[in-house]
Design a protein around this ligand. Sequence first.
Ligand SMILES: [Zn+2]
Length: 499
Amino acid sequence: MSRKPIRIAVLHFSHETVTFLKNDTTVEDFLYEGSPASGEALLAHDPRSYMGGFVKVAREFDEVELIGIESPLWPKTGTGSGWVTQEAYERFAGKMLSEIAAAQGKAGGEFDGAYLCLHGAMGVRGVPRPEAELARRVRAVLGPNAFIAATFDPHGNEDEEFLRHADMAFTVKYFPHYDSHLQGERAARTLVRAIRGDYKPTHTTVKVPIISPTVLQWTGASPWMDLVQRALTWEAREPDAYVNFFFGFPFADVPDVGMTFQVLTNGDPQLARRIGADMAQAAWRQREKLLHSTKVHTIPEGVALAKRAVAQDATPVVLADHSDRSGYATWILQEVIAQDLSNVLIATIADATTIDALKAAGVKAGDAFDREVGGLADESAGAPVRIKGTVLGIVEGSGQLSVSVGFGRGNVLVISRYLAQIIEPSSLSALVADVSIFEVIAIKSRVHFRRGFDDSGFAKTILLVEPVEPFLGTVRLEGLPYRNVDLKKFYPYGEPVFP
Ligand SMILES: [Zn+2]
């Protein structure tokens, strides 16, 4: 039996916006070789993640045509930039919508559905809920009969608004985000089933008044792990139920911040509500433990503990500054020098000025190095630190230089142009011959580093640290200058009543 061919528009628009950073995310940040992407290039741009999973499963069905709509990929700044400008949002969203509308107007060009590959924590000046707004505009062009599915990062800040316009959402469950590919696969399968009338999406959204710093949201520890397990259990018990657990992203000053559950079922709104209430109440009961799942030290304390771990041979030690959002922070470097540590690898300190100057000077391995590095991006970055040493290695990747500099007794500093979150030790191998020779490895990451440094068994000691003062990125959210969020409405800052 031949079926009517299905046409699906595929869009991508993702950012995790730290709205407290001073540097806006601009049009230029989204423009680089390969971005924006359209057609097959968009569909193929991230084969191991959401997009790859979506495309793979969509193409397992006969007569499904995917149309890659011109979309910006992640900005060059990664997660190290602030508010997306309204100009950038309107330019890229506008282009997407006009392309969909143009295709929609042609005979035989109508779309049966759309897939939106999103993150959920994009913050746009003047657009309070940018993902829901994109879904609203796509719905307006496609009409009420089309189906809209999306995938999200669990750090998304979402409320009821998104599923008011879209039909389905699928959110990664683990942090580190191991299952993005799987969520893309589910989005494809469920979207095609919905278009063919085999899945009737009904849903519920429940916001839980808990706000938590991302460093605490590691799903390798209870009770985060238990809530993920509870969601998986519901999905196992109830065929066609999907449970989305948004941990939330507190460094975006947006109205839909905080923890959210979404539940999808196949034509059973009562079941969706029952599962949503169960998940939300389970999270609420665990609220105190959710806020104490990971110990965070001050940087002086953490460096002293690292020194002690070295003396006890519990190496390599990972010192993870979870709080640095610009990448420029020098606090660990300052303290490593002050406490006179040796055999420390610091990866990385971002410093565009230094990188550009080194590039212009044609830097090469063996050159003497004597410069002030890092700091200054804002108060959270601290002061620049003068480093005298020798250039060891230079790597050029996606047009950006990274440089390693040896100094002190066996210490190595890696300087990058942008914030670099080191997730796997092997990602440094082009700059540092053998990462495992270092006694202490200082990185900028909250949880994703656990993939390569903890879950892998690489590190013997892991210490999460942040500066003494509660700067941007701190676990002490009360220190942040929120304008759109009233912390008193959230546990642990107020006494919200729930449910
Ligand atoms: Zn995330």
